[in-house]
Write a protein that binds this ligand. Structure first.
Ligand code: GDP
Ligand code: MG
Length: 439
């Protein structure tokens, strides 16, 4: 999805004048891209109609930057399709708040139960209890207990020979006594939607009256995910959806259609197998990501987790204004070490995936120290303004850092490309500010 759409967007972005023909061409590409990404046919049709109507309208044609306005329309509509404003998690008037996790086998319910508990504690300072209500597979109970141990959180279980409804009820009593403010119930799944399972889930629902019923869906299952979401929603009236495995090679089509078909918000996104790899789902960011503007906000948020807030703000500003020097780069490198793999971070920057130069570099520790050595061998002036660089300066730097001139050249080139990328990002930000609200 992303690649195809990005190509079209690259073409249309710079246009000073957009004709109806351009819009038609663009919407055709968007349509194909969405269908290719496995988005529901009817959803695509409505979407394209809305984009067309707005893009050919005055809002765009009379603006100074029609190319960018068209993109803005596509982005806004994509965002709306995925649920508009991000939604919050429920809080019961009287604790505990009860969350029921449902979904097919293998979707990621048990893992996500652990991740969600972790997120509730980390982000909202909550004190959750996990409940093992998948009584059909002993392994499922063990799995949850292991997660509970890793998190140092209580797991309520009565083994495999009890009724899941009983288990859920007793767990809630226990949570009240122990002052756990959230109870997350991990339920059983099946390979396919099936009547018995639905009956059991409905029974639990009736008995414990959950504040949230989250459907956990594997984003990799494409169109199938949409059907699954539809049936679960019909039977149980979901309150939200959690998409897992968005870190995989998924085309994102499921995210687009699920919201449209069920009208239930996607609340969280699973981005990996680890317990801290669950993120609040931001439709706006997902739309940006699809449109290739990069997930700048996620990047900054990630930075904030590890860098102090003030520095992150400064970094953000610098990146936006593209007044980024080698000194900043150097400081950032040391901070980046704490932030996880550099490639991940670069992947969030707009256009980074297209930069062959960056992609081919192995960002291991050794590389980072080489880069640091090179920058440290530069004079203050050279760090601030690399354009002064000439052959003799490069030679001196290479000598000083114990690296080769070609390594110095490579770093200069990468830095240059990075700055270009930031400039491009800044321009997009400007484009976005063109008009506020929805037309
Ligand atoms: P359940 O049957 O619905 O309880 O599914 P599990 O929680 O046991 O997960 C099934 C598999 O999916 C496990 O191997 C998980 O590690 C994996 N998984 C779950 N969520 C994610 C995710 O967001 N990303 C990736 N890559 N794997 C995930
Ligand atoms: Mg499970």
């Amino acid at each position: 999805l992303a690649d195809r759409l990005q190509n079209t967007i690259q073409r249309i972005k710079g246009k000073g004048k957009v004709t109806e023909q351009d819009v038609k061409e663009m919407t055709r590409e968007v349509r194909l891209a969405l269908l290719e990404a496995d988005v529901n046919f009817k959803v695509v049709k409505d979407f394209v109609a809305r984009v067309k109507e707005r893009a050919i309208g005055q809002e765009v044609m009379e603006s100074l930057t029609p190319g960018q306005q068209v993109i803005k329309v596509v982005k806004e509509e994509l965002t709306a399709l995925m649920g508009g404003e991000q939604s919050k998690i429920a809080v019961a008037d009287r604790p505990p708040t009860i969350i029921m996790m449902v979904g097919l086998q293998g979707a990621g319910k048990t893992t996500t139960t652990g991740k969600l508990a972790n997120l509730l504690r980390k982000k909202y300072n909550r004190n959750p209890m996990l409940v093992a209500a998948d009584v059909y597979r002993p392994a499922a109970i063990n799995q949850l207990e292991t997660l509970g141990k890793q998190l140092s959180m209580p797991v309520f279980s009565l083994g495999t020979d009890r009724d899941p409804v009983d288990i859920a009820n007793q767990a809630i009593e226990k949570a009240k006594a122990d002052h756990n403010d959230y109870v997350i119930i991990d339920t059983a799944g099946r390979l396919h939607v099936d009547g018995d399972l639905m009956q059991e889930l409905k029974q639990i629902k009736t008995d414990v009256a959950p504040d949230e019923i989250f459907l956990v869906v594997d984003a990799m299952t494409g169109q199938d995910a949409v059907n699954v979401a539809e049936s679960f929603n019909e039977q149980l009236e979901l309150t939200g959806v959690i998409l897992t495995k968005l870190d995989g090679d998924t085309r994102g089509g499921a995210a687009l259609s699920i919201k449209a078909v069920t009208e239930k918000p996607i609340k969280f996104a699973g981005m990996g197998e680890k317990l801290d790899e669950l993120e609040v789902f931001h439709p706006e960011r997902m739309a940006s990501r699809i449109l290739g503007m990069g997930d700048v906000l996620s990047l900054i948020e990630k930075a904030q987790d590890n860098i102090d807030e003030k520095r992150a703000k400064e970094l953000e500003e610098k990146m936006r204004s593209a007044s980024f020097t080698f000194d900043d780069f150097l400081e950032q490198m040391s901070q980046v070490r704490n932030m996880g793999p550099l490639e991940d971070l670069l992947g969030m920057l707009p256009g980074a995936n297209k930069m062959k130069g960056l992609k081919n570099v192995q960002f291991d520790e050794k590389q980072i120290s080489h880069v640091e050595a090179i920058i440290q061998s530069m004079t203050k002036k050279e760090r601030q303004d690399p354009s002064v660089m000439n052959a003799s300066r490069k030679k001196r730097i290479a000598k000083g850092s114990g690296r080769t001139v070609s390594e110095v050249n490579r770093l200069l080139k990468q830095f240059d490309e990075m700055k270009k990328m930031m400039k491009q990002m800044t321009n997009m930000q400007k484009g976005k500010k063109g008009k506020k609200g929805k037309g």
